[in-house]
Design a protein around this ligand. Structure first.
Ligand SMILES: [Zn+2]
Length: 85
């Protein structure tokens, strides 16, 4: 639901931007093309960022040091714990 709200905000923002472009006297077709290009650009950017984040967080992140977990273990903390024992 939160995602849908953001989607609506994005569409609303792009529409307002398009209306603003129309206000500057730009032909409708150019305004629409620019608005669609911005919308697609943002969608691709957000999608790529989500993908790379999902990749990075694939196995989770260590709550102690924030390192990427590998094989369900944090290599940084695992090494530290071994030294303590
Ligand atoms: Zn750690």
């Amino acid at each position: 639901m939160a995602y849908d709200k953001r989607e609506l905000l994005l569409i609303g923002g792009v529409l307002f931007f398009m209306i603003g472009l129309l206000g500057t006297g730009l032909p409708l077709i150019y305004s629409v093309v620019i608005a669609v290009a911005i919308y697609v650009g943002i969608k691709v950017f957000v999608g790529k960022r989500k993908q790379s984040l999902a990749k990075h967080l694939g196995q989770g992140i260590c709550a102690d040091c924030g390192s990427k977990l590998e094989g369900g273990k944090c290599h940084t903390c695992d090494a530290n714990w071994r030294n303590d024992k």
